[in-house]
Design a protein around this ligand. Structure first.
Ligand SMILES: Cc1ncc(COP(=O)(O)O)c(C=O)c1O
Length: 378
C-alpha cells in the first residue's frame, strides 16, 4: 500500500511501526527504517530537480535492505570502497553505472573496481590520474573541485578538491596521458544550509568544462555531490528551494552533459528511528543525567558533528534539560547536554530518536563491547 505524505512537511517515519516492533519485546537498541519514507525522498528529489539523477552515497547507510529500497525507488549509487561496490553488485547494479567518488584509493582497490567494470573515477591529483590510467587506460574521470562549503554543518572541503588555479595542470596531464577527463564534481558540505554553494559549484564546473574543451577533451558528466539537508531540530532550506537554485544554474550546462548528484543524508535520514532505553539516571551538580544503551558508538556519532536530534520518551512529564550519555566509559560519549525530556525519566524508559538514518549504523562500532544497532527495514 502506498502512503500519502503531506507535501508541505518533511516526511516522517511512521511511529506505529516502532510501537508494533516493541509489542514483540525489546532485545537492545535498534534502528527502525520506514521504507515508504525512502521512496518518498527519492521521489521528492527527482521532482525538485528533474535533470539530476540521484546516486545514493552508500557510505551514508550501507544496509542492504535500505540500498535495495533505494534501488527500487530509482536511485543509483556512489561508492568510496570496493566493499561498497560489492554491495551494489550484490543487488545486480552494473558496475559501469556506479561512480567511484573517493578521490584517493589504494592501487588494489582500483584493480578490483576496474576488473568489475567500473568506468567513472573521481580524481583531484595528477598522481591519482597516473595511477588509474596505468591500471585502466580507458577509465573516465571527473575532477573534484574545491568549492565553497560556507553554511554547511559538516564542511567537507578540507581534505579534497583541486583549487581553481590547479585545473589547468590536471587538464594538461590528461591530454599528455590521453586520459578521458570528462567531468567535474564538488561537495557543498554535508547538511548544507546554503543553496548558493551548489550555484557556485556549478559555475566552477562550467569553467572547468571550458578549459577541458579548449584542450580537446569532451566533458559530459556533472556531479553535484551530496550535502542536501534534512530537518532535525530546526528548519532547513527545502529540496524545492535548493532545486530552484540548481535548476537555474544548470541552464548554463549543455544538454550533452549528464547531471547527477550523490545525496546521502537527504535520502535516508528521516526514514529512521533509533529506539533505545535508559539504563540509569543520576544528578550531577544539580543537573540530571540519563545514560542510554546506545550512544556515539551505537548510532549517534553525528551528535559530535553539530547535529542535534529530536528525542522523545515513553514517559509523560514536564520537560527539563537532561544530559544524555551513551553506555561506554568514554567521556566523548555524551550526546547532548540539554535534551528536553520528562523530569521524571527513569531507568527502563524508552527513548525514540528521530531522523537517525544517516551516518548511524554506518559509523558504529563495538567499543567497550557494546552491540551495533540492529536494523529493521519495514
Ligand atoms: C564524495 C561524497 N559524496 C556524497 C556524500 C554524501 O553527503 P551527504 O550525506 O551530505 O549528502 C559524501 C559524504 O561524505 C561524500 O564524501
Amino acid at each position: 500500500m502506498t502512503r500519502t505524505f503531506d507535501p508541505t512537511r518533511q516526511p516522517e517515519a511512521d511511529f506505529s511501526l516502532v510501537q508494533r516492533q516493541l509489542s514483540q519485546g525489546y532485545d537492545g537498541h535498534f534502528l527502525l527504517v520506514d521504507s515508504a519514507v525512502l521512496h518518498e525522498k527519492v521521489r521528492r528529489f527527482k521532482e525538485a530537480m528533474p535533470r539530476v539523477h540521484p546516486h545514493f552515497a552508500v557510505k551514508c547507510n550501507p544496509d542492504p535492505g535500505i540500498l535495495a529500497e533505494l534501488y527500487k525507488a530509482g536511485a543509483g549509487f556512489e561508492i568510496a570502497s570496493p566493499a561498497e561496490l560489492a554491495l551494489c553488485q550484490a543487488m545486480g547494479v552494473p558496475a559501469a553505472e556506479v561512480y567511484y567518488s573517493n578521490p584517493m584509493r589504494a592501487r588494489e582497490a582500483v584493480e578490483v573496481a576496474a576488473k568489475a567494470g567500473l568506468q567513472w573515477f573521481v580524481i583531484d591529483s595528477v598522481s591519482e590520474m597516473r595511477k588509474i590510467v596505468a591500471l585502466k587506460p580507458d577509465a573516465s574521470f571527473y575532477l573534484r573541485l574545491h568549492t565553497s562549503n560556507e553554511g554547511s554543518v559538516n564542511p567537507l572541503s578540507e581534505k579534497f578538491g583541486v583549487f581553481e588555479e590547479e585545473v589547468a595542470d590536471m587538464v594538461r596531464e590528461a591530454v599528455r596521458l590521453g586520459a578521458d577527463l570528462a567531468g567535474a564534481t564538488f561537495h557543498a558540505g554535508s547538511q548544507c544550509l546554503n543553496p548558493d554553494n551548489w550555484r557556485t559549484g556549478i559555475e566552477a564546473a562550467v569553467q572547468a568544462f571550458a578549459q577541458m574543451r579548449a584542450a580537446g577533451l569532451k566533458p559530459r558528466l556533472l556531479n553535484l555531490g551530496g550535502g542536501f539537508p534534512v530537518e532535525y531540530a530546526s528548519p532547513v532550506p527545502t529540496i524545492k528551494d535548493i532545486g530552484l537554485v540548481i535548476n537555474e544554474a544548470l541552464r548554463a550546462v549543455p544538454d550533452e552533459v549528464r547531471v547527477m548528484a550523490e545525496p546521502g543524508r537527504y535520502l535516508v535520514s528521516d526514514s529512521t528511528y533509533l529506539v533505545c532505553r535508559v539504563i540509569g539516571t543520576t544528578v550531577r551538580r544539580g543537573h540530571p543525567w540519563a545514560y542510554l544503551d546506545a550512544g556515539l558508538y551505537n548510532g549517534l556519532l553525528e551528535t559530535t558533528t553539530g547535529i542535534t536530534f529530536n528525542m522523545a520518551s515513553s514517559r509523560q512529564g514536564e520537560l527539563v534539560p537532561w544530559t544524555i550519555a551513551g553506555p561506554t566509559c568514554d567521556s566523548l560519549d555524551i550526546c547532548n547536554r540539554s535534551q528536553p525530556l520528562p523530569h521524571n525519566l527513569q531507568e527502563g524508559d524508552f527513548i525514540y530518536v528521530h531522523n537517525v538514518g544517516a551516518y548511524s549504523n554506518a559509523c558504529s562500532g563495538h567499543f567497550n563491547g557494546f552491540d551495533l544497532p540492529k536494523i529493521m527495514v519495514v
